[in-house]
Design a protein around this ligand. Structure first.
Ligand code: KG4
Ligand code: ZN
Length: 345
């Protein structure tokens, strides 16, 4: 069924190329997905065991125009129906980001459309608006991606406050590194999720919550490596499923415990999750437990947890309403932080 554009509808074209997915999407009024096209490079990078930045950039260049055309076609619209172009400008791989930024600048300039510079992490948070059209701030979001781990108060559509965050590795990074140690293919997070289902969390690890209430994942990663090496030296073989289940419990329980502390202390009524690790089966199960306390739990659709352009378009919509505009000076910002994020000392 074709969605008929009404006079006051705002259609945003979203473009995403920060890592290894080339994506374009058309979203109406920040909430309604008209199209969501993702061209994944996972197969290309798998033989290297991780994303090779130069190869990622080159593939974005090859794919971005056709991915955008497909997004317009499957939404049943043309560029004439688009009100603004939203693009991820950070954080991410600089060469990969530049492809999307340059392309979006060219499209916006050619069509005389506003350009919206989206922070990728803020985009992940907006995946919740696409799954829950009635969700409005304030709520508290557990941000769990390959590059970020934090608890964020979403105070308004354009106002965030970071409550705590990781002092070293991100949780997704820890999943990927432990998967490598277990000999699982890239990207490791979904693989660990899969094998952990048949394992038992029999190995105990120290908490990932630091003494001042932040997170630390480098110790957990080392503890898993040590566990495996010690077993190897003794000539024992550990079941990968048990290691995966034990690691998953340690990686996730700390996040859930820390979130519960905030929920209880500040009487938070709504919690949400954002980022790739938000697809994790165990994390989703643990977060559902908050419902027993009468708390609303928002879990974005699995397809919207990983990188996509629909979430970028949704974020762009609220920037559009807020009058936030970028111009042709826009550059890629590989180390972009979330607004309200304080550096660790
Ligand atoms: O948010 P995302 O797609 O990219 C960044 O913005 O970083 O997150 C990717 C991360 C990877 O580390 C990947 O292994 C992890 O999310 N991931 C998962 C699962 N699916 C993706 N980790 C655990 N369980 C999953 N099911
Ligand atoms: Zn991401």
């Amino acid at each position: 069924m074709l969605y008929m554009k009404k006079a006051d509808d705002i259609y945003i074209l979203g473009i995403e190329s920060s890592c290894d997915e080339t994506a374009a999407a058309v979203v109406a009024n920040g909430r309604h997905i008209l199209s969501d096209v993702i061209s994944s490079q996972i197969e290309i990078h798998r033989i290297y065991g991780g994303v090779v930045p130069e190869i990622a950039s080159r593939n974005h260049v090859e794919m971005i125009d056709q991915v955008t055309s497909r997004a317009l076609d499957s939404a049943g619209v043309t560029m004439a129906d688009i009100d603004a172009v939203a693009v991820t400008y950070g954080a991410g791989l600089v060469g990969a980001l530049l492809v999307g930024v340059s392309y979006a600048k060219a499209v916006a300039q050619a069509m005389r459309l506003p350009l919206l510079a989206v922070n990728h992490i803020e985009g992940h948070i907006c995946a919740n608006y696409l799954t829950y059209p009635d969700l409005e701030p304030p709520y508290t979001c557990l941000l769990t991606s390959g590059g970020h781990t934090a608890i964020v108060d979403v105070e308004g559509y354009n106002r965030y406050e970071v409550i705590c965050s990781t002092v070293d590795d991100a949780v997704g990074e820890a999943f990927d590194k432990v998967a490598r140690v277990l000999g699982l293919p890239y990207p490791g997070g979904p693989q660990i999720d899969k094998i952990a289902q048949s394992g038992k969390p029999i190995f105990k690890f120290a908490s990932v919550v630091t003494s001042n209430g932040n997170f630390s994942y480098s110790g957990l990663k080392t503890a898993v490596i040590n566990l495996m090496h010690t077993a190897q030296q003794r000539g024992e073989e550990l079941a990968a499923a048990d290691v995966a289940a034990s690691f998953t419990a340690a990686a996730i329980d700390g996040l859930v415990d820390r979130l519960r502390e905030e929920v209880n202390r500040r009487h938070i009524r709504t919690v949400a999750v954002a980022g790739g690790v938000g697809a994790n089966t165990y994390l989703r199960m643990r977060l559902k437990e908050f419902e027993n306390q009468g708390i609303r739990v928002c879990l974005p659709a699995l397809s919207l947890c990983g990188d996509n352009a629909a979430m970028i378009a949704s974020r762009g919509y609220y920037m559009y309403l807020n009058g936030d505009r970028a111009d042709l000076m826009l550059n890629a910002c590989p180390t972009l932080k979330l607004r309200g994020e304080k550096p660790h000392h």
